[in-house]
Design a binder for this molecule. Structure first.
Ligand code: HEC
Ligand code: HEC
Length: 336
């Protein structure tokens, strides 16, 4: 009896060890990125990631089957759509720029205004958004349940073939947690390769962490403090997007938006929450003049007095943050 119990335990442990090993291989973690946190109720498994990848690219998640997550967050475009604002079903335009999904797994808040607390919660947003995918839980569940090819995949990921919106977003979030970028020239320089940055990039790095004050907000391995700030973007408009304020109704949050990552900027243009800035040179000019004056401007934003040469060096440094592009090819075919 004791012996059989021990054998059973050993078998369970072996299975667990195997699951663990598989789990590790799910992450390609380019240096210096750590494994992103996973919610306790949605641990990553190979089956979930595989299902999530299909769902991420599957246009049938939108009401008229014309738009997928990848339409606006295309891995070939830095996991964005490279447009000022996105186009959803029936050609409708939103008002905000699609942020990259790369390294979104590290954020405590999703969206420019932080209105979702997890990737799982976030993913339900666009599916139900009338301008984006225009669908709803019941619609998605009914449609996917009818697709026979999805049944074994849901069963492998969740234990049975039942399709729920909760499972859909859990699988998509698991896939998104594999979209991790790092290993840029800057990272290699920091790891000791003194040839990884040009002289201009090194000078730009000193400005970034010094005189130009950028690292006050763009800090840590993902170059964001995860917080919300008003730097003045769009504040000259008649009815500006008030960003974080719409969520908190706190006066100090008026016109504040989430600090975005600065990794892979070469692919994630145009910039800012409204996609209003086309180039990194223009971004640096914007900061140099002290952002856009308004009553709620962050006290960390002020004129910088950079010379033309220093501005070029700062732009060169931002270019040193382009790393791993994280390819994810669209599936060749979808479950039928
Ligand atoms: C029609 C275009 C469109 C579609 C389709 C779309 N998104 Fe987005 N996505 C956006 C825009 C625009 C935002 C920013 C909106 C905001 O902040 O209010 C965004 C925000 C996000 C964010 C937050 C990133 C951050 O840094 O805060 C994630 C993650 C994301 N989308 C993933 C997805 C997933 C997963 C899907 C599919 C279920 C999806 N998106 C479908 C346009 C789109
Ligand atoms: C007070 C905090 C703060 C400081 C200081 C700061 N930033 Fe930002 N940065 C932000 C926020 C917040 C946004 C998004 C603003 C928006 O869209 O309304 C942003 C956006 C950006 C973007 C656009 C990224 C994208 O994907 O759209 C770049 C590039 C950038 N900052 C670079 C810099 C540089 C370079 C410096 C130093 C000269 C700097 N930032 C200083 C908070 C800050």
């Amino acid at each position: 009896m004791k012996r059989s119990l021990m054998l059973a335990c050993a078998a369970v442990l072996a299975v667990l060890a195997f699951a663990q090993a598989k789990d590790e291989s799910l992450f390609r973690l380019p240096k210096p990125m750590a494994a992103p946190p996973q919610p306790a109720d949605n641990p990553m498994t190979p089956a979930k990631v595989a299902l999530g990848r299909l769902l991420y690219f599957d246009k049938r998640l939108s009401k008229d089957a014309t738009v997928s997550c990848a339409t606006c967050h295309d891995p070939n475009k830095g996991w964005t759509d490279q447009a000022p604002v996105s186009t959803g079903i029936r050609g409708q335009h939103g008002t905000r720029n699609a942020p990259t999904v790369l390294n979104a797994a590290y954020s405590d808040y999703q969206f420019w205004d932080g209105r979702a607390a997890s990737l799982e919660e976030q993913a339900a947003g666009p599916i139900g958004n009338p301008v984006e995918m225009g669908f709803n839980a019941r619609g998605v569940e009914a449609r996917l349940s009818k697709i026979e090819g999805y049944r074994p995949l849901f069963a492998a990921a969740f234990g049975d073939k039942k399709v729920t919106l909760e499972r859909v977003v859990k699988a998509i979030a698991s896939f998104e947690r594999t979209a991790i970028t790092g290993d840029s020239p800057y990272d290699r320089y920091e790891a000791g390769d003194r040839t990884a940055l040009s002289a201009d990039q090194q000078a730009g790095m000193a400005l970034f962490f010094g005189k130009a004050n950028c690292s006050v907000c763009h800090t840590g391995p993902n170059f964001t403090d995860g917080d919300f700030h008003n730097i003045g973007v769009g504040m000259a408009a008649k009815r500006p997007d008030l960003g974080r304020y719409e969520q908190t109704k706190l006066e100090r949050d008026r016109g504040a938006f989430k600090t975005p990552t600065l990794r892979n900027l070469a692919d994630t243009f145009p910039y800012m929450h409204d996609g209003s800035v086309k180039t990194l040179a223009e971004v640096v000019d914007f900061y140099d003049k002290g952002g856009e004056k308004n009553p709620w401007l962050s006290s960390d934003i002020h004129p910088l007095g950079l010379t033309a040469r220093e501005k070029r060096q700062l732009v060169a440094f931002l270019g040193a943050l382009n790393g791993d592009k994280v390819a994810a090819a669209a599936p060749k075919s979808f479950p039928r």
